[in-house]
Design a binder for this molecule. Structure first.
Ligand SMILES: [Zn+2]
Length: 320
């Protein structure tokens, strides 16, 4: 029984089985938006079905610092403890690089019991490198002396899995990230979907077809107007030499990929207006803020008409 139907039942109101589903689309909060260096602002996206408090994190490079900033901005209203302990019910970990897991690791001693969803290759590095009783206590339910607070859930590519404590599901799609397996997460709530990608290189650079496979899988969702937003990395400006990309995207490479997605979604104009959040912009050593440069390059390349969003930490959106 939902909270709504419990309330209605308590009021003696009959709840129709066909009552219209509330909560279409998603609420997304930027808990961390950058790639590298800004240790309080690294990839972390809080995703909930619209109007629902129970959320999952797509990566958790930063956690409590980003929650505090969102609270200060007024985009998250509940206490830090309530958000960490009650609202966030699971972690989707795209790959085990520190800038995607540090917030979760640091919060884990004070965290509540949650599920951690990952491809097996990612889960095994989490166990070997962090939750091994040496680098950190083993808060998972596997491996060396497990404490059992985090239930490690293995994802199989292309197979939807329920997100415990929510009405959402997640489907993992493997990505190529400079020799490491990374993950794109398709989160679905009723008929709606949102796609959150971990770090990824372009197929042409990686010598892989992971993004092509992903675009084939999500293209039909865009054609059906079911996909509400995409969160994807752009780490470096377009002029960055290919041998220094380390498995990341630039504006030029992103738009080469998005042209493939447009074709998979039904052709010309099919991505028009689709919100695309640009994550993981890496800081430059000196000179112009890379956010400004990358934003300019993205805008210039955006002939597909996407709704490009350069996020700031603590920002919150409803995509429907
Ligand atoms: Zn990475």
């Amino acid at each position: 029984m939902t909270m709504f139907s419990k309330m209605m039942a308590a009021l003696g109101v009959a709840v129709l089985a066909t009552a219209p589903a509330y909560g279409t689309g998603f609420d997304v909060t930027a808990i961390g938006v950058r790639g590298g260096l800004d240790d309080g602002n690294l990839s972390a996206w809080m995703i909930a079905a619209q109007g629902q408090s129970k959320a999952v994190m797509c990566d958790a490079g930063t956690l409590v610092n980003g929650i505090d900033i969102a609270r200060r901005r007024g985009t998250l209203k509940r206490s830090r403890e309530t958000i960490l302990h009650d609202d966030i019910v699971g972690y989707l970990i795209s790959h085990p690089h520190l800038d995607h897991v540090a917030g979760m690791l640091i919060a884990s001693p004070e965290d509540s019991a949650k599920s951690v969803y990952a491809l097996p290759s990612v889960g095994s590095v989490l166990l070997d490198s962090y939750f091994n009783g040496k680098a950190w206590a083993n808060f998972t339910d596997r491996g060396q002396a497990p404490i059992g607070k985090y239930k490690l859930v293995d994802l199989a590519p292309g197979k939807p899995v329920p997100l415990a404590g929510t009405a959402m599901t997640v489907t993992a799609y493997p990505l190529a990230h400079g020799g490491m397996e990374s993950t794109a997460f398709l989160v679905e709530s009723q008929q709606d979907a949102i796609l959150c990608l971990g770090d990824t290189g372009a197929d042409a650079v990686e010598g892989a077809s992971r993004l092509a496979e992903l675009w084939r899988a999500v293209g039909p969702l865009i054609a059906a107007r079911r996909l509400k937003a995409i969160i994807i990395e752009v780490s470096y400006p377009s002029e960055r030499p290919r041998n220094l990309l380390f498995g990341h995207l630039t504006p030029a490479l992103l738009f080469d990929e998005l042209a493939q997605l447009e074709a998979a979604a039904g052709g010309k104009g099919s991505l028009k207006g689709l919100p695309l959040i640009v994550s993981h912009i890496k800081p430059a050593g000196s000179g112009e803020d890379p956010r400004d440069l990358i934003a300019r390059q993205l805008t210039a390349a955006n002939r597909l008409g996407l709704n490009l969003i350069i996020p700031s930490q603590g920002q919150r959106w409803t995509f429907r």
